[in-house]
Design a binder for this molecule. Structure first.
Ligand code: 5GP
Length: 193
């Protein structure tokens, strides 16, 4: 999506460790006009899937997910993160390796809010190795719910999460796919986006 690519070029910053900082508009300070446009685009793509819920992980996926859910007319459920493991039998839970913090978290959602008749769209701000998305998929499996697809704002295509999901036949919509990025040479997007 050209609008998002342009924002990334204008305001994004490439950090060490293959991290792109876009917290001026996507996941810290929030450009709600832009987020609304992104959300509408995702909702348009998935609108005929019968989606009942958008599932993301706290905290940086929440804003993006809210706009998708708004246009789909459904709720957002965000998995909470917990560094310790005092989880009860009232939640679905799994472990996820955090890309940006380099450590393992428990993530969990209440059994009250994810049910076997839910058709779930997973959404997140970034897709790198796919750890977060796969963790959310495990929560969906535990609930016996079904996965409708995955919506991502920024996929780092040089990491393998996106390609693995596509190879599995999952409907993955990434609004911007970065094929190369470095502090020196900047950012190159996948051309067919
Ligand atoms: P994955 O689980 O796919 O390896 O990484 C995706 C998760 O890590 C997202 O939830 C996102 O919050 C975080 N993440 C991965 N790469 C980046 C990045 O380059 N920039 C930012 N801001 N977050 C990232």
């Amino acid at each position: 999506m050209k609008l998002l690519e342009q924002e990334i070029l204008n305001k994004g910053r490439v950090l060490k460790g293959d991290v792109l900082k876009v917290d001026g508009f996507l996941n810290h300070q929030l450009d709600v006009g832009l987020l609304s446009t992104l959300g509408k685009e995702c909702a348009e793509h998935f609108k005929s899937q019968g989606i009942t819920k958008v599932l993301t992980v706290e905290a940086s996926g929440i804003a993006f997910s809210c706009f998708i859910a708004y246009y789909l007319g459904v709720s957002v459920l965000f998995a909470k993160k917990n560094k310790t493991s005092n989880l009860t039998d009232t939640v679905y839970s799994t472990q996820v390796m955090s890309y940006t913090h380099g450590r393992v978290y428990d993530i969990f959602v209440s059994k009250d809010y994810l049910h076997s008749d839910d058709k779930v769209l997973i959404a997140d701000d970034f897709l790198a190795n796919g750890e977060a998305v796969n963790g959310l998929r495990r929560l969906i499996e535990q609930a016996g719910a079904s996965l409708a697809g995955v919506a991502i704002a920024v996929e780092k295509g040089f990491q393998k999460g996106g390609d693995k999901l596509r190879a599995e036949g999952i409907d993955l919509l990434s609004l911007a796919v970065i094929d190369e990025m470095s502090e020196e040479d900047g950012i190159r997007f996948r051309s067919n986006q």
